[in-house]
Design a protein around this ligand. Structure first.
Ligand SMILES: CC(C)(COP(=O)(O)OP(=O)(O)OC[C@H]1O[C@@H](n2cnc3c(N)ncnc32)[C@H](O)[C@@H]1OP(=O)(O)O)[C@@H](O)C(=O)NCCC(=O)NCCS
Length: 183
């Protein structure tokens, strides 16, 4: 069963691993942001910096009022913390005057992939955003992220913008893709 929840203190060490040693997920989530930083990520200093940053973030989540809209939730699959959903409204290459949220997802636990977890987690998050009054959502990826494109397709997203040849990943050129869903 897939559930969304606020961050708890035990999640901090998961984030430390996901941002230092268990970084496979970075190869498809905006890899242009991380390329070349693998060795830097894995140092002891980097782990300490991540621990401090995630502890601070956890404190900010803990102080959120009960009724505040959540821009990020942790994902649990069968009781195991496997990743997160989040949203943002700066779409970079797409104007977004209405500040329509774009949802994103990362599941660093590779063993949890291809079991429908992302599709179900995003389905839950989109239902949450709808309850909060949002009528439309975007999601953004790149043309080489076939798993994410498939998840978006399963949820009913349709392509809204394509910026040709906008992303370079491991020396290959890909399109940036923005998809839209009426909730
Ligand atoms: C993208 C991601 C969230 C998908 O999570 P998931 O839980 O495996 O997704 P689901 O199981 O719900 O669906 C995955 C679908 O993609 C398909 N798929 C997986 N890899 C694929 C590939 N290389 N080519 C084509 N389809 C692929 C699966 O078969 C499945 O489709 P199906 O249900 O029709 O069989 C996960 O792979 C991940 O966290 N990746 C790293 C971070 C990332 O890329 N995040 C998205 C940034 S835009």
């Amino acid at each position: 069963m897939v559930q969304l929840r606020d961050m708890n203190e035990r999640d901090i060490e998961d984030y430390v691993r996901w941002f230092t040693t268990e970084t496979e997920w970075m190869k498809t989530d905006a890899p242009w942001e991380f390329e070349g930083s693998e060795e830097e990520c894995a140092t002891e200093n980097a782990a300490e910096a991540e621990r401090a940053a995630w502890t601070e973030y956890y404190e900010s989540v803990r102080q959120l009022p009960e009724d505040a809209t959540r821009w990020k939730f942790e994902i649990e699959s069968d009781g195991v913390h496997v990743g997160w959903v989040s949203c943002y409204d700066d779409l970079e290459y797409v104007d977004n005057p209405e500040q329509i949220p774009a949802v994103g997802i990362d599941i660093p636990v590779v063993a949890a992939h291809n079991k429908g977890v992302a599709t179900e987690a995003l389905r839950l998050y989109l239902a949450y955003l709808k309850e909060r009054g949002f009528r439309t959502a975007y999601t953004q990826t790149w043309s080489g992220n076939h798993a994410m494109l498939r998840v978006a397709e399963k949820l009913g997203f349709a392509e809204a913008y394509r910026k040709k040849n906008h992303r370079i990943v491991r020396g290959e050129v890909f399109d940036a893709v923005t998809l839209r869903l009426e909730l």
